[in-house]
Structures are given as C-alpha cells and as structure tokens.
Design a protein around this ligand. Sequence first.
Ligand code: PEP
Ligand code: MN
Length: 341
Amino acid sequence: MVVVMKAGATPRQIEGVVAAIREFGFSAHVSEGLERTVIGVVGSASGRDEVMQAMLALDAVDRVVPVGAPYKLASRVHQSARTRVQIGPNCVFGGETFAVIAGPCSVEDEEQIVRTAVAVREAGATALRGGAYKPRTSPYSFQGLQAEGLRMLAAAREASGLPVVTELLDPRHIEIVDAYADMFQIGARNMQNFELLKEVGRSHKPVLLKRGMSATIDEWLMAAEYVLSEGNAQVVLCERGIRTYEPGTRFTLDLSAVALAQQLTHLPVIVDPSQAAGRANLVAPLARAACALGADGLIVEVHPDPPHARSDAQQQLRFDQFSEMMQDVARIAAIAQRQPT
Ligand code: PEP
Ligand code: MN
C-alpha cells in the first residue's frame, strides 16, 4: 500500500508515519514530490489492515491506497504453477482434462441416486454430485435427506465408482460429511460463512467453493484464501451465476469472471450452468461456452425425472439431454486443447 501525505506535511510528521509503519514490522520507502510526500509500505500480507487503519488515524495522512491483491496464497503472483486437484481415479481439475461433475440437485432416494450415478458415468462424467443438506430459500421446502442422503451417496459411489461431491451448510456437519464425501461443496449462500471456510480449511479434503451470488471476484478469492490459510491447498472455484437485473435467467453466468479468475489465481475454475440458467434448455449452451472459454470443468444437475424432482425441477437435465451435451462438450474440449475425460 501507499500512504499519501497531506500537502504541507512537516518532516516530523513524515518521520512519525515512517516510525509507525516500522513498528508494525513493515518497511517504509519515502518519495518526496514537489507538493506531497508518498510513502510505500512493503511487507508481508498479515497486519496490512491494522497498518492501514493506523495510518488513516494520523492527522498528516491524506489517504492510503491499497496496491496489489488482498489475497496472497490464492494469487498467481504467489504461485505461478496451476494447482491440480484430484478427487478420484479419473477426476482431475486444473490438468489437461475437462472434468465434469454431474448428478441430481438433491439426493431423493437410493434408486434415484444410484441410477443417476451410473447414467452420468456412462455419458462421461467423472464425479457425482447430490445434495444431502440443502440450502433452501423457504424453510418449508425440502431440506434434503441429510445423514440418510449421505449413506445413499456412498451406495452410489460403490455402484458407479464415481467420487462424491456434496454440500455442507454448517461446521457441525463436517465430521459426518467428511466420512462420506470425496469433496466438500461450499454453496453460494455460504461463500462468506467464515467459520465453515476455516473448518474445511483445517481438513485435508478438496473443497469446491461456489461464488456467492452477489460476491465480487476479490471477495470470492478472499473466501478461498480462508481455506488456503488454514492449510488446505485443494480448492476448486466455481462460477454459478450472479444476481443482475435480468429476470429471463435465474442468475447471469459471469463468464468474464471465469477468465479473469484464471488469470488472478492458480486454482482451477469450473462452471455450474444449471444454477445460473435456472432452465434446462439453456444448460447445454452455457456448458459449451464454458468449455470453449477454457474453464477447468463443469458441475451439472441431472435427474431421472426432472419434472418430479424435489428441488430445482426446471433446471435439471434428463439422461438423454446430458448425454447429448457431453458429446458436444467433448468436441469443444478437443479444440480447447483439453482432452474430454
Ligand atoms: C446446488 O448446487 O444445488 C446449489 C444450491 O448451488 P448454489 O450454492 O450455487 O446455489
Ligand atoms: Mn440445485
């Protein structure tokens, strides 16, 4: 960050600022201009906020300008090599392959999740999704089968060989979800549930971190920083649409954020076209666009009988629709220099 002094700040005041910066363990680089002096503050990321607050409290300081990204471990400056996250024998994010997670919005019964797992694997998916704990807008809507749903997911993994990705809503779920899942999903509504982020950060299991529906890219990467800073480096980011003024789609898929996030961070970035579109007939076009853009993969909702689904009925694909989408995506993946998995 750079501290800009007020015009007319005295040498004593400047010295006072320099001393204060050093007290926080940072070094200070003073440049005297014709009208004002600016002081560069250089040092590690921790304690930045405290220095900034302390500087703003000083009379002779006009303003403090942050320079560089507020996140550190998630930044490409910190690590230039792309992170690879592997959750199963054939499911790698951030490598040469385009990874596809597929399955129902919610686990509804064992037959539903097992049938779907086998069908999506046949179509080329390499991981299974299914919500056991569901974050619903209404408390009267289906909340998920919870522990029973987790057991059904394990049965589906057994039947299909696919690793399981499932959401947890609360730090109290970590133990049980950890026992069944191969990857924790942090949903859009919990992107800034900092206690939950810290909890999955302390585990050794890969984390799928959805972007909050009203979160900036910086806020999203700061959320990833919470997980990384607790020692878990296995984070995959997921763009799932943001809230805009457009009512024609459920959310607006922010593909620019995918391309930008891939420049800003070494973490893999995948796309959820299902939550974004909110309608089944837009899922395949968005999936194709995400693949062409160079996203690292997809998470797609697929259900044996979408009209009767207990959550997100309008946006889930039938098996035949998913299979067709996967064929198109495979062709695009080949052009985007990614092998379809
Ligand atoms: C979901 O994947 O079913 C879900 C609730 O996603 P999001 O958190 O992106 O809304
Ligand atoms: Mn859903």
